[in-house]
Write a protein that binds this ligand. Structure first.
Ligand code: C2O
Length: 526
């Protein structure tokens, strides 16, 4: 079963230009609550259109509707949209392509063709039942049954050959692939047999071009690559495979394929079934962290950028899992984590709890008390060796709806540190309402004395989602110039479900141009 948008999977691709104002009416014909988030759109002063349920709006109830209105300001490249309600985004997602304004062009030669490559994840079950099972039993959810490219698992899966995604190219062409990781719970490697990929952008910001054979995307991230038709006219697999999955068999259900097909290839395949077998690419192993590091360290902005120096808010957030003891009088059927525990996750030991009867933004705007507190800790309550074996008591985050308040215009630095508790893991941390500069990444425990001097304050990349290295840390900087309530969370959906989130409340500045707009009249109420 799949909940789809306009009957499509992936849903419709939105193709717009920088500077466009979008008006998108969402009519909920499903039997679940739903919202749509425009992942990576800055939403300057339009937080009401951001979409995460109970953060910026109440859900659109079955039968209800809501019109999202927002303007694309100064962003070019690839973003995407997805449901931001339970695990609906398993099937409710699509590409959002932002081209330069009329009369402006890409900072690279105009590609002959452009193709969106949307990587997804598929369950042979209703994803809502999968998440329900995980929250009811306190156990880890089922692994998905397949990964997909543009909705298709590829012809290495049974019964899937005739619908395999075909991506056209021809000799002499340079084409643009807009790759999006829309999977729920997996960072993915992506590669194309025999072809190099030239990375030119990510998360709708241009990059200094660099060439690689493999790219890596955490869920939520996008990467734009140029590919040249410089090989023998034939058919080549493009493939994505999970980084850090439990399994490591080649081309099992952690690998999905599509086919890059030269127009002039001899006996072109009839939708992938006939003709010679495509050429297989090399994919890194599931635990190949070196490839991930080499890739992320190649990221540079195209020129010198304005990174905030003089920091007003220097924050340190731990990100990781935990195991809560089974509460007294709780049936053991609800505590099926290791040794009778329940899985949980936190930032700075706070496991985020979403409100259920009002959104945080409404509560903030109307000054409604009792919905959230603003005492989210700027540094962890306890410091410990984040790479070592730590005591069981540290595994137990405390639930809360805690926000961190930022003054308009404050210059913020956040060091995100993987705790490695339960398992060391690469957490893709996504901040709503902002792009940030990733000024450094490293392994081990962040050490302000030695690590700060290595920060790139000249040309760091700008992104909306950072993969915090497994067993390591990442440092980001931004200016809090967008008033509203903005959630920051791990983009592995299972981790949001377990509480790996927090939110900022950014105060208004002076006057209309530094203030959140008024809520639209059709904003869904609870
Ligand atoms: Cu792409 Cu809060 O999400």
């Amino acid at each position: 079963m799949a909940i789809t948008v306009n009957g499509m999977l992936p849903g419709p691709t939105l193709e717009v230009k920088n500077g466009d104002t979008l008006e998108i009416e969402v009519v909920n014909k499903a039997q679940y609550n739903a919202t749509i988030h425009w992942h990576g759109v800055r939403q300057m002063r339009t937080g009401w259109a951001d979409g995460p349920e109970f953060v910026t709006q109440c859900p659109i109830r079955p039968g209800g509707s809501y019109t999202y209105r927002f303007t694309i300001e100064g962003q070019e490249g690839t973003l995407w949209w997805h449901a931001h309600s339970s695990w609906l985004r398993a099937t409710v997602y699509g590409a959002l392509i932002i081209r330069p304004r009329e009369g402006e062009s890409y900072p690279f030669p105009k590609p002959k063709r452009e193709t969106a490559i949307v990587l997804g994840e598929w369950w042979d079950a209703n994803p809502i039942d999968v998440v329900r099972q995980a929250t009811m039993t306190g156990a880890a959810p089922n692994n998905s049954d397949a990964y997909t490219i543009n909705g298709q698992p590829g012809d290495l899966y049974k019964c899937s050959s005739k619908d395999t995604t075909i991506v056209p190219i021809d000799v002499g062409e340079t084409n643009l692939l807009r790759v999006i990781n829309a999977a729920l719970n997996q960072p993915l490697f992506f590669t194309v047999a025999n072809h190099k990929l030239t990375v030119v952008g990510a998360d709708a910001a241009y990059l200094k071009p660099f060439t690689t054979s493999v790219i890596v995307l955490g869920p939520g991230q996008t990467t734009d690559v140029l590919i040249q038709g410089n090989q023998l006219p034939a058919r080549y697999y493009m493939a994505a495979r999970a980084y850090q999955s439990a399994q490591n068999a080649p081309f099992d259900n952690t690998t999905t394929t599509a086919i890059l097909e030269y127009k002039s290839a001899p006996c072109p395949a009839k939708k992938g079934i006939n003709g010679p077998k495509p050429i297989m690419p090399f994919l890194p192993a599931y635990n190949d962290t070196n490839t991930v590091t080499a890739f992320s360290q190649s990221f540079r902005s195209p020129q010198k950028v304005e990174v905030p120096t003089e920091i007003d808010e220097s924050l340190f957030f731990t990100v990781g899992l935990g195991l809560n003891n089974c509460p007294p009088n709780f049936p053991s059927s609800r505590c099926q984590g290791p040794n009778g525990t329940r899985f949980t996750a936190s930032m700075n030991n706070v496991s985020f709890v979403f409100p259920q009867s009002i959104s945080l933004l409404q509560a903030h705007q109307h000054g409604i008390p009792g919905v959230f507190t603003t005492d989210f800790p700027g540094t962890p309550p306890l410091k410990f060796d984040y790479t070592g074996n730590v005591s069981r008591s540290l595994y137990q985050p405390v639930p809360g709806t805690k926000l961190y308040k930022l003054k308009y215009g404050s210059k913020v630095q956040i060091v995100l540190q993987d705790t490695s508790i339960v398992t060391p893991e690469n957490h893709p941390i996504h901040l709503h309402g902002y792009d940030f500069y990733i000024v450094a990444e490293g392994f081990g425990n962040f050490d302000p004395k030695t690590d700060t001097s290595k920060f790139n304050l000249v040309d760091p990349p700008q992104r909306n989602t950072v993969g915090v290295p497994v067993n390591g840390w990442a440092a980001i900087r931004f200016v809090a110039d967008n008033p509203g309530v903005w959630i920051m969370h791990c983009h592995l959906d299972v981790h949001i479900t377990w509480g790996l989130a927090m939110a900022f409340v950014v105060e208004n500045g002076f006057g209309e141009l530094q203030s959140l707009q008024a809520p639209p009249p059709d904003l869904p109420i609870c």
